[in-house]
Design a protein around this ligand. Structure first.
Ligand code: IMP
Length: 207
C-alpha cells in the first residue's frame, strides 16, 4: 500500500530520527511531487537496529524495517565518517562512537585517537548510503555518495551537525561546520547520494 495525500501526491517516509539529516534531506529532495513524512510523525514505531557491517547494509535494514512497520515506502540514510589513520573508524559506528556523549566530546576523542595513531595521515571521507524500500521488503532504489577530505587539527564552525566541525572537504580550507547549508549541499556525501536517488524519485508513480 502506498499512502496518498488528499491532493493525490505519493507519500514517502524519510526514515531517520536525526534532525540534521531530516533538514538536509528535505532540502535535497524538495521541489518534487512527493510528500515527505519523517519518523516524528510515527511516534509508536520501534527503532530498527543498525546491525550491518556496511553503510549499504544498514541503509537497507532501516528502509525495509521502517517501511514494514509503517506500511509506507521508506527512504533510509546510513552515513558516517571514515578516517584512514584510524583504520576506517568510526565508520558505521559514527553515531555510537564514544557511547552516549555529545559531539564535542566525540570529536575531541577522535582527534586524541589520531594523535596516538601510528599513521599520521589526515585523509578521511564522509560516506552516505541511501535505500528506498516498500513494505514488502522490495528495494526500489539504492545509491551511495562519498565526499573526500581531511580531518582538521581542531573543530571549527557551528554549522551542520555531527562531525562537521572537524571535516575539511577536498578543495576547501573551511570545515563543513564553517560552510553554510547551501555550500555543504553542493558537495556532500548526502547530496551526491540524493542526486542519484532523485533520478528514481522523479519517476516515482506508485500503484
Ligand atoms: P547513522 O547513519 O544513523 O548511523 O548516523 C550517522 C552518524 O554519522 C551521525 O550521527 C553523525 O555522527 C555522522 N554523520 C553522518 N553524516 C554526517 C554529516 O553530514 N555531517 C556530520 N556528521 C555526519
Amino acid at each position: 500500500m502506498t499512502q496518498r495525500t488528499s491532493v493525490d501526491k505519493p507519500v514517502i517516509l524519510i526514515a531517520t530520527g536525526n534532525p540534521g539529516k531530516v533538514r538536509e534531506l528535505s532540502g535535497l529532495l524538495g521541489g518534487i511531487e512527493i510528500e515527505f513524512k519523517c519518523l516524528a510523525d510515527f511516534p509508536n514505531v520501534a527503532e530498527v537496529p543498525e546491525t550491518g557491517s556496511t553503510f549499504a547494509e544498514n541503509a537497507r535494514l532501516k528502509a525495509v524495517g521502517y517501511a514494514f512497520q509503517t506500511g509506507i515506502v521508506s527512504l533510509a540514510d546510513d552515513s558516517g565518517l571514515v578516517v584512514d589513520a584510524l583504520g576506517g573508524a568510526p565508520g558505521v559506528l559514527s553515531a555510537r562512537y564514544g557511547g552516549e556523549i555529545g559531539f564535542d566530546r566525540k570529536m575531541e576523542m577522535l582527534l586524541a585517537e589520531m594523535e596516538c595513531a601510528p599513521d599520521k595521515i589526515r585523509s578521511a571521507r564522509f560516506v552516505c548510503a541511501m535505500t528506498i524500500a516498500n513494505e514488502n521488503g522490495e528495494i526500489l532504489a539504492a545509491a551511495e555518495g562519498v565526499c573526500e577530505g581531511r580531518i582538521a587539527e581542531a573543530p571549527r564552525g557551528n554549522g551542520g551537525f555531527g562531525y562537521d566541525p572537524i571535516f575539511v572537504p577536498d578543495g576547501y580550507n573551511n570545515t563543513f561546520g564553517e560552510l553554510n547549508d547551501a555550500e555543504k549541499q553542493q558537495i556532500s556525501h548526502r547530496a551526491r547520494a540524493a542526486a542519484k536517488i532523485m533520478r528514481y524519485l522523479l519517476g516515482f508513480k506508485p500503484l
